[in-house]
Design a protein around this ligand. Sequence first.
Ligand SMILES: *[C@@H]1O[C@H](CO)[C@@H](O)[C@H](O)[C@H]1NC(C)=O
Ligand SMILES: *[C@@H]1O[C@H](CO)[C@@H](O)[C@H](O)[C@H]1NC(C)=O
Ligand SMILES: *[C@@H]1O[C@H](CO)[C@@H](O)[C@H](O)[C@H]1NC(C)=O
Ligand SMILES: *[C@@H]1O[C@H](CO)[C@@H](O)[C@H](O)[C@H]1NC(C)=O
Ligand SMILES: *[C@@H]1O[C@H](CO)[C@@H](O)[C@H](O)[C@H]1NC(C)=O
Ligand SMILES: *[C@@H]1O[C@H](CO)[C@@H](O)[C@H](O)[C@H]1NC(C)=O
Ligand SMILES: *[C@@H]1O[C@H](CO)[C@@H](O)[C@H](O)[C@H]1NC(C)=O
Ligand SMILES: *[C@@H]1O[C@H](CO)[C@@H](O)[C@H](O)[C@H]1NC(C)=O
Length: 342
Amino acid sequence: MHRGFSLSAVLTSLAIVVSLCSRAAAGIVVETIHRFPPNESIALENLAVRKTGEIIVTLDNLPTIYQIEPEVNGSATFIHTFEGYVGLHGIVEVQPDQFYINAGNLSLVTHIDVPGSSSVFHVNMTGFPENVQVNKVADFPESGILNGMTLLSRDEGLVYIADSRVGVVYLLDVYKGNYSVAINDTLTNQPPGASETSNCVHGVHVFQRTPDSQKYLYFTNFAQGIVGRVPICENGLASGPAEVVTGNLTTPEDFALDEDGNIFLALFDDNDFIRIDEKTHEITVIAGSPNSTEYKWASAVEFGRRHSDRRSLYAAIDGGYLAPDNVGGTLFRIELGDLAVV
Ligand SMILES: *[C@@H]1O[C@H](CO)[C@@H](O)[C@H](O)[C@H]1NC(C)=O
Ligand SMILES: *[C@@H]1O[C@H](CO)[C@@H](O)[C@H](O)[C@H]1NC(C)=O
Ligand SMILES: *[C@@H]1O[C@H](CO)[C@@H](O)[C@H](O)[C@H]1NC(C)=O
Ligand SMILES: *[C@@H]1O[C@H](CO)[C@@H](O)[C@H](O)[C@H]1NC(C)=O
Ligand SMILES: *[C@@H]1O[C@H](CO)[C@@H](O)[C@H](O)[C@H]1NC(C)=O
Ligand SMILES: *[C@@H]1O[C@H](CO)[C@@H](O)[C@H](O)[C@H]1NC(C)=O
Ligand SMILES: *[C@@H]1O[C@H](CO)[C@@H](O)[C@H](O)[C@H]1NC(C)=O
Ligand SMILES: *[C@@H]1O[C@H](CO)[C@@H](O)[C@H](O)[C@H]1NC(C)=O
C-alpha cells in the first residue's frame, strides 16, 4: 500500500541525505526467521509478539494473519482470514493474548482506498490453534486507511489507531467499541499538496521514560518523512503541539522504542532498518541498504519478549509485492546487543 509513485523528487533527494549521514553498525546479527515464497505474493505489513515469543504477522495484500515460530526457518501457521476485506495493517495486544487488528479496503493496484471500509477486530489467541475467537469491535465509517495501533491503557482498553489518509490518530475503547479523534496536528496530517494516494501518520507508540515524566505519543509521518511526538494527557488527548524528533527520513513506516527512547525504525523505500539515538539523534543502519533486494520494502519491527530475544528485533519486510524483484514477505530477527536498552 505504500509504494511511492506519489512521492516527489524531494524525498528522493532526502534519501541521499540519510544515506550520507548513516553508518553500518558492527556486532549486529541478522537471522532469517521466515520467508514466504515470492510466488505466493504475501506482503508483510505489521507484527506483534505473543508473551510466549511467537510472532503474529498481518498482511497488506490479503486479510489473513499467520503465527511464526521465533526460530531460524520457523514455520508459519495460518490463524484467521477476515472475509470481506482486502488487507490488514496495525495490530496491538491489550490483555495477554488478546489482540486487536484493523482491516480495510485499499486497491492493491491504484492504492486508492474505499473510504469508511475499515473495522477493528478482537482476536483471542488463548485457545490457539484449536480455538481462535474473532469478533468485530467497531466500524470506522469516517476513516481512510487505518494503520499503526498502540496501547494507551490496558485497564481501560484504550488504543490509538493512526489513520494514514485522514491524518489523525483515533482513540478506541476496545471494550465499549466507541472511538474519537485524539490527535489532529499538522505533523500527523498530509503535507500540503498531497496526492490522492499519499499516506501520512503511520506508526504510533506511547513512550514515558519514568512514571513521573511526560507521556508522549511518538509517530511517523510517511509522506512528511519524520518521526514526531506529541505530549499526551491521561485521557489520551494532546496536551500541546507535536514536534519533530527526526526529519529528512525516507518513507518512515513502523518503529519500536527501547527503555531509553532510542528509536528502531523501518524505512520502506530505503529497504533498511535504522536506529535513531535518543540523545544525539545520530542514525545507524542496522540492516539493509537503499539498493538491497534482500530487505525490499521494510515495514515493521517489534522487540522479542522472551529472555533470550529481548535484545532482538523481529523485523518484517513487504518483500516487493507486485514488483518484478519481489523476494517474498520475510521476517528477520536482528540481534542488537548493546544498541538496545531493555
Ligand atoms: C510456488 O512455488 C513452489 C515451488 O516451485 C510450488 O510448490 C508452489 O505450488 C507455488 N505456489 C504458488 C501459489 O504458485
Ligand atoms: C534454513 O533454511 C535454509 C534454506 O533452506 C538452509 O540453507 C539453512 O541451513 C536452514 N537453517 C537452519 C538453521 O535450519
Ligand atoms: C471490500 O472488499 C471486499 C473484497 O473485494 C468486498 O467483498 C467488500 O464488499 C468491500 N467492502 C467495501 C466496503 O467496499
Ligand atoms: C479467550 O478464549 C478462551 C477460550 O479459548 C476463553 O476461555 C476466554 O474467556 C476468552 N477470553 C476473552 C477475553 O474473550
Ligand atoms: C466513549 O463514550 C463514552 C460515553 O459517551 C465517553 O465518555 C468516552 O470518552 C468515549 N470514548 C472514546 C475513546 O471516545
Ligand atoms: C483536523 O483539524 C483540521 C484543522 O482544525 C480540521 O479542519 C479537520 O476537520 C480535523 N480533522 C478531523 C478528522 O477531525
Ligand atoms: C532537513 O534537511 C535540511 C537540509 O539539511 C534542513 O535544512 C532541514 O531543517 C531538515 N529538516 C528537518 C525536519 O530535520
Ligand atoms: C544503487 O543503485 C543506483 C542505481 O543503480 C546506483 O547509482 C548506486 O551507485 C547504487 N548505490 C550503492 C550504494 O550501491
